[in-house]
Design a protein around this ligand. Sequence first.
Ligand SMILES: [Zn+2]
Length: 212
Amino acid sequence: MHLICFSIIVLTNLTLGCFTISSKLHLFNKLDGTYDCVTPSEMTRIPGFQFTYQKQDNCKLYPKEKVAIALNLFYLYWYAEFGDRADAVLKNLNNLIIEYRVEKMSFKNGYRLNGEFVAEGTAIGLAHGKGLIQVYAPEGMEMYETSFVHELVHVSINASSGRNDGDPDHEGDKYPGWTSRHTQLIVEVNEALQSILELKHGSKDQEQTDSR
Ligand SMILES: [Zn+2]
């Protein structure tokens, strides 16, 4: 009986071990290579999303798993708060290009969060239509510190409103769509994302301590 239990434990550990190794080798990623950046400027896929890609000129991307977590979290919060008639927001998150920039981006005719018009300025993020977001992400900046979630709100307003604008003036009253609830949602999603990512770091630190 003990031997059987022992065998089961060994087998379980071996199986789990294989899973761990497989995930490190990306054996579950269909072996098509589209999830990993090899050549600078190429677009790589986000797991769990149909046509969602990320790119950065030097392959300095956030890990695809982190991006997938962030997109899922965003959708959970969005759905809970605003719903998603006809799945327009979800479909759009499955058709998105995320581009990271190491330099801030210049823009013309933009708006601050309070709706104030800015003729010319420098942005830490831009949303183009509903299919492309550009996020200023210099080395060392965590995802939840960037404008990633903010830009997701723009493209999601665009996708769900059918007006083909993402409410560029935010809480201003020139364009409809963005409310203080949207601003609050960004804070909540970023806080949740930070907690999840720090939890992961926490367990890693623990493992390192144990192995010493
Ligand atoms: Zn904005």
